[in-house]
Design a protein around this ligand. Structure first.
Ligand SMILES: *Cc1c(COP(=O)(O)O)cnc(C)c1O
Length: 459
C-alpha cells in the first residue's frame, strides 16, 4: 500500500460547506467573544474542533439503526452491543452512557472520595474536570519525552513507571481508589501507549491493590500503532491486540464518539460485581435504565457496528495515514508540530510558533482565532486556557508544559484536498506570526473554562 492509503470507501451522500467572507468571519469572532466554540457551525468552512461524534457513519451503521429496538428494558439492541462488547473488551459488566464524560462522572461518583488522587499518563479535560468536581486530584505521570516535541519516541503516551511508583509511595495506596491510563493520550498529542507499558502499569497498580481503568476512547488507533511499531505485534490482528490490552485492566471508560465512529454514546465497563451494583444505581439516577444508559436503542446498534468498523485495518491504515499526511504538510509549511504525528489529530506548538506571546496571554488562543480569521478553519486551544489552574494549596496559577492548538480530524469526513487547504492557510499565518497578539479573559467559569470563556484581544 502507498504511504497515505486512499479512503477505503467512496462517497454517496454529501453535505455542502461554505467559506464566508473575511468581514463576516471577523464579525463571527467578535460575536463569539473570540472563543471558536461560540461560532455557529454554518460559519465554519473546515471544522477540526474535534473528532468526537463528528465522523461519518457507514451504510451498515445507518442500516443497523433502522433495526433499533426501543424497548425500555432488555432491548435486542442492548444484546447486540453486549455481544460485541464481550468479544472486544471482555469485561464482565458494562453500562451504556450518553458520552464518555458520563461514564467518568459515574465512576468518580461511586469510587472517588474527597481529597483522593487519580494517577494516569495524562487525564483528558473531561476526566480531569470530573475528578476535580468530586474534590479529587488528578496526577499526570507521562514519560518526559511527551513534552519534547521533536523526540521520535514511538510511544510518547507511555506512563513513566518510576514516577508512578514514587507517586504511589508518596500519597499512599489508601488515597488512590483507582488508577488510569488514556489510550491514545489525547491531552498529550494523541500519542500511543505500548503493550509493554500497559503490562507494566497493570502490574504496578495490581501489586499495590489499585484497580486499573483504561480511558479507551481511541483503543483501536492505539492497537494499530502497537501493530505497526511494537516488536512481536506485526502479525497480530488489531482485535487480538485490543483484547490483550483490556485483559490487563479492571474496567474502562469510553466515548463511543471516537473509535466507535458514532455521533453520540459511550460506556463504562467493570469486572467487579459490587462496583457494578453501585454503578447501576448511579446510572439509573443520572442516565437511564441499565440496558440503554442515556441512549436510544438505535444508538446502541450503531455503536455495535461501529466498534467493529473502527478496528478494521484498512480503515485504520487510511485513518492514521491521513493524520500523518496533514502533519507532514503543516510541518513543510514551517509550523512546529508534535512529532511523531498522533492518531486522531495534529497538535501545533503555538508556544513555539508565537514565542513573543507569554503563556498568560494565551498563544494557543491567538493561533486558534487566527486560523478562523484567515481560512474559516476551526481548531481548539489545548494549552493555558484549557489546562492552567490555580494550585489548591497556594492559589498560584500552574501552567501546562505546552501551549497547543489541536486540529482533530473527523473520521471518514474530509478529503486530502481539505487537508492541503488547512496546511496552506497555516503556512500563510506562520509567515506573519510575529504580528499576532495575545488575548485576555473577560469571563470564565470555574471548571473547563475553555468551552465558554470570553476573550478580548490585547492591544
Ligand atoms: C472525548 C474524550 C473523553 C470524553 O468523552 P465525551 O464523549 O466527549 O464526553 C474522555 N477521554 C478522552 C481521552 C477523550 O478523547
Amino acid at each position: 500500500m502507498t504511504q497515505h492509503p486512499p479512503e477505503p470507501f467512496r462517497i454517496k451522500m454529501t453535505e455542502p460547506i461554505h467559506l464566508i467572507g473575511p468581514e463576516e468571519r471577523e464579525k463571527a469572532l467578535q460575536k463569539a467573544g473570540y472563543n471558536v466554540f461560540g461560532i455557529d457551525a454554518k460559519n465554519i468552512f473546515i471544522d477540526l474542533l474535534t473528532d468526537s461524534g463528528t465522523g461519518a457513519m457507514s451504510q451498515h451503521q445507518w442500516a443497523a439503526m433502522m433495526a433499533g429496538d426501543e424497548s425500555y428494558a432488555g432491548a435486542r439492541s442492548y444484546n447486540r452491543l453486549s455481544e460485541v462488547m464481550q468479544d472486544i473488551f471482555g469485561f464482565k459488566h458494562f453500562v451504556p452512557t450518553h458520552q464518555g464524560r458520563a461514564a467518568e462522572n459515574i465512576l468518580c461518583a461511586v469510587a472517588l472520595q474527597d481529597g483522593q488522587y487519580i494517577p494516569s499518563n495524562m487525564h483528558f479535560d473531561t476526566t480531569e474536570g470530573n475528578i476535580r468536581a468530586r474534590g479529587g486530584r488528578p496526577a499526570n505521570l507521562v514519560i518526559d519525552e511527551a513534552f519534547n516535541i521533536s523526540s521520535q519516541h514511538p510511544f510518547k503516551g507511555n506512563m513513566d513507571l518510576e514516577k508512578l511508583e514514587n507517586f504511589i509511595a508518596e500519597v499512599g495506596t489508601e488515597n488512590i481508589p483507582f488508577g488510569m491510563i488514556t489510550i491514545t493520550n489525547n491531552a498529550g498529542g494523541g500519542q500511543p501507549v505500548s503493550m509493554e507499558n500497559l503490562r507494566a502499569v497493570s502490574e504496578i497498580y495490581h501489586r499495590h491493590g489499585i484497580p486499573f481503568f483504561i480511558d479507551a476512547c481511541r483503543f483501536a488507533e492505539n492497537s494499530y500503532f502497537i501493530k505497526q511499531r511494537e516488536d512481536g505485534y506485526a502479525d497480530k490482528s488489531t482485535l487480538e491486540i485490543a483484547r490483550e490490552t483490556f485483559s490487563l485492566a479492571d474496567g474502562a471508560t469510553m466515548s463511543a464518539k471516537k473509535d466507535a465512529i458514532v455521533n453520540i454514546g459511550g460506556f463504562l465497563a467493570v469486572n467487579n460485581d459490587k462496583l457494578f451494583q453501585k454503578i447501576c444505581n448511579e446510572l439509573i439516577l443520572r442516565e437511564g435504565f441499565i440496558t440503554y444508559g442515556g441512549l436510544a436503542g438505535r444508538d446502541l446498534d450503531a455503536i455495535a457496528v461501529g466498534l467493529r468498523e473502527g478496528l478494521d485495518e484498512a480503515y485504520l491504515a487510511y485513518r492514521l495515514g491521513q493524520t500523518a499526511y496533514l502533519g507532514n504538510a503543516i510541518k513543510q509549511a514551517g509550523v512546529p508540530i508534535i512529532e511523531p504525528v498522533g492518531g486522531h489529530a495534529v497538535y501545533i506548538d503555538a508556544g513555539k510558533l508565537l514565542p513573543h506571546i507569554p503563556q498568560a496571554d494565551f498563544p494557543g488562543q491567538a493561533l486558534a482565532v487566527e486560523l478562523y480569521r484567515e481560512g474559516g478553519i476551526r481548531g481548539v486551544e489545548l494549552g493555558s486556557v484549557a489546562f492552567a489552574y490555580p494550585d489548591p494549596d497556594t492559589g498560584e496559577m500552574v501552567y501546562p508544559e505546552l501551549d497547543l492548538v489541536r486540529l482533530a480530524i473527523p473520521r471518514r469526513t474530509y478529503t486530502q484536498s481539505h487537508m492541503d487547504y488547512v496546511a496552506e492557510i497555516l503556512g500563510r499565518i506562520a509567515k506573519r506570526g510575529g504580528e499576532l497578539k495575545g488575548y485576555r479573559i473577560t469571563y470564565e467559569p470555574k471548571l473547563m473554562r475553555h468551552f465558554t470563556a470570553q476573550f478580548e484581544p490585547i492591544a
